[in-house]
Design a protein around this ligand. Structure first.
Ligand SMILES: C[S@@+](CC[C@H](N)C(=O)[O-])C[C@H]1O[C@@H](n2cnc3c(N)ncnc32)[C@H](O)[C@@H]1O
Length: 241
């Protein structure tokens, strides 16, 4: 859907030069069109603001990451921000379910570190295998958990959990708290921030995976062991902040 091909550009080649904080989203018409065609899947009528982009890149601490996965890049505003914050030798695997958005991303972002993969966030391992990438240090998600079946949301979160490298992190941003409700079952409680300079204001959740695999037991199983099957409020609790 290259309806804005005149916007073709890539500012991802200028690392350490933050995108200006203009309240102007990327490819707003293509995004709105995508929303009108698939409202539940896209989940928002405009892309994230520059403030949101900045918050998620900082929260994800991308400078040390070699493999980064973005779930639901949409029209690419967040994707460009991630690329700008990433190392020159890192790779970004952007997994997007909407073929029109995938075409737009391929046509408008010219960066050898980016791989655009058309597919579902529930199949991260398949995408990693296909593109011969190592386990990610960071997974970021902008997908709308509140408008998808709960079973799919959980499948996506388990896909994130099983793909992440020990010591890695998962950052998800959402208006509602569904991703946190489901995420607590898979990862334990998150650290939470609020970004007010976005329409609508957005919550940003971060989960950290233990660097020690042996200590990294699923929250339900950890609480079963500790309480003989009764729920424990602590779970694994890998909270960084
Ligand atoms: C709210 S938009 C976020 C776009 C962009 N990251 C931003 O913040 O502006 C959500 C995106 O998730 C994509 N999406 C929804 N479900 C998905 C799934 N199961 N797998 C991959 N992408 C999905 C949608 O097509 C859409 O591009």
């Amino acid at each position: 859907m290259p309806d804005q091909s005149s916007e073709r550009h890539s500012d991802s080649h200028r690392p350490n030069e933050p995108r200006p904080l203009l309240p102007q989203p990327d490819h707003p018409i293509a995004f709105l069109k995508g929303f009108l065609e698939r409202p539940k899947q896209v989940g928002s009528i405009i892309p994230s603001s520059r403030w949101m982009e900045r918050r998620i890149t900082r929260t994800a601490e991308l400078a040390s990451a070699r493999v980064v996965i973005e779930l639901g890049p949409g029209t690419g505003g967040t994707t460009r921000a991630l690329l700008q914050a990433m190392r020159p030798d890192a790779r970004l695997l952007a997994i997007e379910i909407n073929p029109s958005f995938c075409d737009l991303l391929r046509e408008t972002i010219d960066d050898p570190r980016l791989i655009v993969h058309e597919g579902s966030a529930a199949e991260i391992q398949d995408a990693l295998t296909k593109h011969e990438l190592d386990a990610p240090d960071v997974v970021l998600s902008g997908i709308p958990f509140s408008t998808m079946p709960r079973s799919l949301g959980l499948a996506i979160l388990h896909s994130v959990r099983s793909s992440l490298k020990p010591g890695g992190r998962f950052v998800a941003y959402q208006f509602r708290d569904v991703v946190h409700t489901l995420g607590k079952r898979v990862f334990g409680p998150a650290s939470i921030q609020l970004e007010l300079f976005n329409v609508p204001p957005m919550r940003v959740y971060r989960w950290d995976i233990a660097a020690d695999i042996a200590a990294d037991i699923a929250p339900e199983k950890a609480s079963d062991r500790a309480t003989g099957g009764h729920a424990s409020p602590s779970g694994r609790g890998r909270r960084a902040r």
